[in-house]
Design a protein around this ligand. Structure first.
Ligand code: BG6
Length: 489
């Protein structure tokens, strides 16, 4: 066995048998283990509600890992070794006395204790207070708060108050797994290590920017969660706004976590507020109806399990966002996310302005203006679309793709976002986590949209599963003379 580079730690996962744990967190820990086996004695303690035996729980995890891991990542020997570190404890989060059961699973040395809260965020305060009353929180403890943290600004502030009774800010890790994606970090390098880009990165040269998170899946088994959440809270308030911050922020003076967070905060503070007057013109709220995705028939949102048949909850949002500062004055940022779209993809597209004076024979209208396409998924890539000469006589121009993707990895797997972030927590690095003021600023910006929707009885715009969202989303860009980037078909 390879020598472990991971420090000893205890990882206590609340919501340990939930969807996120089984789909992302335990697979990520398994990958961390495979790259660098844990030190003997490292514990991953999954906390769930049901009275399940450890062996039954392990069978369930094994089945889910086989389902969610890429085939080449699964191996029986690693699983056998990894599973020795897994424990299961049944706790009723509402009953403080039931936390006693956790004691025997925690080590008594000074190792980092990571408490990961992956339950409904309304339980975070109760969990922290029960951990506190049992003296489980040590100076080397950390708490990870899964998003969405709260349902609005007020509830996010309440949770913050509850956390601060037990943890200092340096112990709190507000996670947004999009910041753990390799290409998001690569974007920081692209912007701040290349004067070429930094000098063009402003309203003089950029026409607009699009950021899209599209999913082909529906709400799956999370109907109840989604009914309370919707796409605005699930993706826009966190993933989309965080990516917008990384694209739009000023260069930080160094990579210190707070310097980066200061710059992101300034972007959030510069977002032009969306209020009753402009929400209907700048925000599109959609919901999928039955349709066909990947050749398979899919139910409409209102027919999904756990969803009310008259639900108005949005499964799609498109927005036009303006940033009121010197760099971005007049440059629209179009954000879009939706479930049951034709495919899973995530792209940031920087559309440059057109050349002021065109001298070539090829009609200018046939050419695409320079475009930087940063693809986060399904495959990571960065491509710059430029004009080049067509081979042969004459001066015909065509669009050429310059590939700026990270150097070829060979067979090396690109780590999943959660792998990187979970290790950062264990190692005490807060760079890719949100500070409370950022979280509050994001909620302050999103709240008026939520309130506006709550105050209206108008239904969302419907779109058939397997299409790119409602007509309103196309119109949002068409009225500015643009179209959504739909990637490589
Ligand atoms: C989560 C959302 O934060 O991100 C899910 O709650 C969504 O609804 C998921 O499916 C998408 O993450 P990824 O990494 O698969 O794009």
């Amino acid at each position: 066995m390879k020598e472990s580079g991971n420090p000893l730690f205890d990882f206590i996962l609340f919501g340990g048998s939930g969807d996120l744990a089984l789909r992302k967190l335990l697979p990520a820990l398994y990958h961390v283990y495979r790259s660098n086996p844990f030190q003997p004695g490292t514990r991953v303690v999954c906390v769930g509600r049901s009275l399940t035996r450890r062996d039954v729980f392990l069978e369930r995890v094994e089945a889910k890992l086989q389902q969610y891991l890429p085939v080449e990542s699964w191996d029986e020997v690693s699983w056998q070794q990894f599973s020795k570190h897994l424990h299961y404890v049944s706790i009723d989060a509402h009953k403080s006395e039931s936390y006693r059961a956790l004691r025997e699973h925690l080590s008594s040395d000074q190792r980092p204790r990571v408490f990961y809260f992956s339950t409904h965020s309304s339980l975070y305060g109760q969990i922290a207070s029960s951990l506190g009353s049992h003296d489980f929180i040590t100076p080397s403890s950390r708490v990870v708060l899964e998003k969405p943290i709260g349902r609005n600004l007020a509830s996010a502030q309440t949770i913050s108050g509850q956390m601060s009774n037990y943890f200092t800010e340096s112990q709190i890790y507000r996670i947004d797994h999009y910041l753990g994606k390799e290409t998001v970090q690569n974007l920081l390098v692209l912007r701040f290590a290349n004067p070429l880009f930094e000098s063009l990165w402003n309203h003089h040269y950029i026409d607009h920017i699009q950021i899209s998170v599209s999913e082909s899946i529906g709400v799956e088994s999370r109907g109840e969660f989604y009914e309370e959440t919707g796409a605005l809270r699930d993706i826009v308030q966190n993933h989309l706004l965080q990516m917008l911050c990384i694209v739009a922020m000023e260069p930080p003076s160094n990579l210190d976590p707070d310097r980066i967070r200061d710059e992101k905060l300034k972007v959030l503070r510069s977002l032009r507020p969306l209020q009753d007057g402009n929400i209907n013109h700048q925000v599109v709220r959609g919901q999928y109806t039955a349709g066909i995705v990947d050749g398979k028939e899919c139910l409409g949102y209102c027919e999904e399990e756990g969803v009310s048949d008259s639900s108005n909850v949005e499964t799609f949002v498109a927005l036009k966002v303006l940033i009121d500062n010197m760099r971005w004055s007049g440059v629209p940022f179009y954000l879009r996310t939706g479930k049951r779209l034709p495919r899973r993809s995530c792209e940031i597209v920087v559309q440059f302005k057109e050349i002021p004076h065109w001298i070539f024979a090829t009609a200018k209208g046939q050419m695409m203006n320079n475009q930087l396409v940063i693809t986060l998924q399904p495959n990571e890539s960065i491509t710059l679309k430029l004009c080049g000469k067509r081979l042969g006589p004459g001066m015909d121009v065509r669009t050429i793709d310059l590939n700026l993707s990270p150097s070829v990895r060979g067979n090396k797997r690109s780590p999943e976002a959660y792998e990187r972030l979970l290790l950062d927590v264990v190692n005490g690095d807060q760079t890719l986590f949100l500070r409370q003021d950022e979280l509050e600023e994001a909620w302050s910006w999103v709240d008026p949209i939520l309130q506006h929707w709550e105050s209206t009885s108008a239904p969302p715009e419907y779109y058939a599963a397997g299409t790119w969202g409602p007509a309103g989303a196309t119109l949002l860009l068409a009225q500015d003379g643009s179209v959504w980037y739909e990637g490589v078909k």
